[in-house]
Design a protein around this ligand. Structure first.
Ligand code: UDP
Ligand code: MG
Length: 323
């Protein structure tokens, strides 16, 4: 049986680009249907993220023009990550696979063929990964690459150069729906769900029209969200710093003792620095310990699933009844 695909596309103030890219998406889905890779019940699902321009009107018109276009509208602007989640959760009951992609034509839609083939070969998640960043400015490239390196270093496991262009099966989405957290960083959360995953490489283009809604400020906010919602490493760093400072103060005390017994004098500045370091270090260690507990509370409050079963030898979606 051919899978039903839902292409989930978040749109925020995209009246300039949507009339151009909507045709590209339609051509793509039709060609995938013709190639018999997906079922004719597949759809292009636009998620209007509380746009202030004509985006929603355009989406409504499109849905009247062709059955393959459908749309949902968020009550207000909630940001890209929430818009993607809304679309995926809406789609998961209606389809077998979803592909999330931006609506500005930057991500190469031709990678979809390969993504679906990977799904047919058994992958449940297929990450779209940018092979190069020639079209980005030097600054964007540098900040974006720093972003991934920094995230990994801080303990948030993300696929390098993967944004939010990915194929996810409805089975994975079903499990994903029990990740109840409010601060979303989807690209770091899907690897946590597990299941067989792979990557497909594509070249990223320039925006076809309109302008980016992701200035440096929003990118930093996203990075910060990613780190703080996926890792407690920053707390541990406070503790490590505290321990280092306490060790330094012990060295200071030792050097004081040595100079006192060998030269018979007390060096004032080392004396004061040692005391300041000792007190400061102990405070930091204390904060780190408290932080460690807060970190645990934070993880508990998220109430993430403790295990996820990916397969059974018998057919029972809810695991109810006898086998
Ligand atoms: N977007 C959204 N809500 C927002 C901001 C952006 O749904 O609050 C959508 C936007 O319409 C686009 C995608 O998220 O489809 C990526 O945004 P953009 O192209 O501005 O970011 P960039 O590609 O420059 O990082
Ligand atoms: Mg873009």
């Amino acid at each position: 049986m051919k899978p039903i695909l839902y292409i989930v596309i978040p749109c925020y103030n995209e009246e300039e680009v949507l009339p151009i890219t909507c045709q590209m998406f339609l051509d793509k889905i039709k060609s995938l249907i013709e190639k018999e890779l997906i079922d004719n019940k597949s759809r292009i699902m636009f998620v209007n993220d509380g746009s202030k321009d004509k985006t929603w009107d355009i989406i409504q018109e499109l849905s009247l023009k062709d059955d393959h276009y459908i749309g949902i509208c968020q009550s207000r602007n909630r940001g890209h990550q929430n818009a993607v989640l809304a679309g995926l959760m809406e789609a998961k009951e209606k389809c077998d696979i979803t592909i999330s992609i931006d609506c500005d034509g930057q991500d190469d839609i031709n990678a979809m063929d390969e993504m679906i083939k990977e799904y047919l070969n058994g992958a449940e998640i297929v990450y779209g990964v940018r092979s190069k960043r020639d079209t980005d400015t030097f600054f964007k490239r540098l900040t974006a690459q720093g972003f991934y390196k920094f995230l990994n270093w801080m303990g948030a496991d993300v696929v390098y150069n993967h944004a939010d262009y990915r194929l996810v099966s409805s089975q994975v989405l079903e499990e994903f729906s029990s990740f109840k957290e409010v601060n979303l960083f989807l690209r770091g959360m899907f690897p946590l769900v597990g299941f067989k995953s792979t990557s497909v490489y594509y070249e990223r283009h320039e925006r076809i029209a309109g302008e980016s809604h992701y200035p440096l400020k929003k990118m930093l906010a996203l990075a910060f969200d990613g780190i703080t919602s996926l890792s407690v490493k920053p707390i541990r760093m406070v503790m490590t710093l505290g321990i280092i400072i306490v060790i330094l103060s012990i060295l200071g005390a030792l050097s004081l003792l040595v100079t006192y017994f060998t030269q018979g004098k007390m060096i004032q500045w080392i004396y004061i620095t040692t005391i300041v370091f000792l007190v400061g270090g102990i405070e930091l260690v204390g904060m780190g310990i408290i932080g460690e507990y807060i970190g645990k509370i934070y993880m508990e409050v998220k109430a993430r699933p403790r295990y996820i079963i990916s397969d059974r030898t018998y057919q029972s979606k809810n695991n109810r009844g006898h086998v």
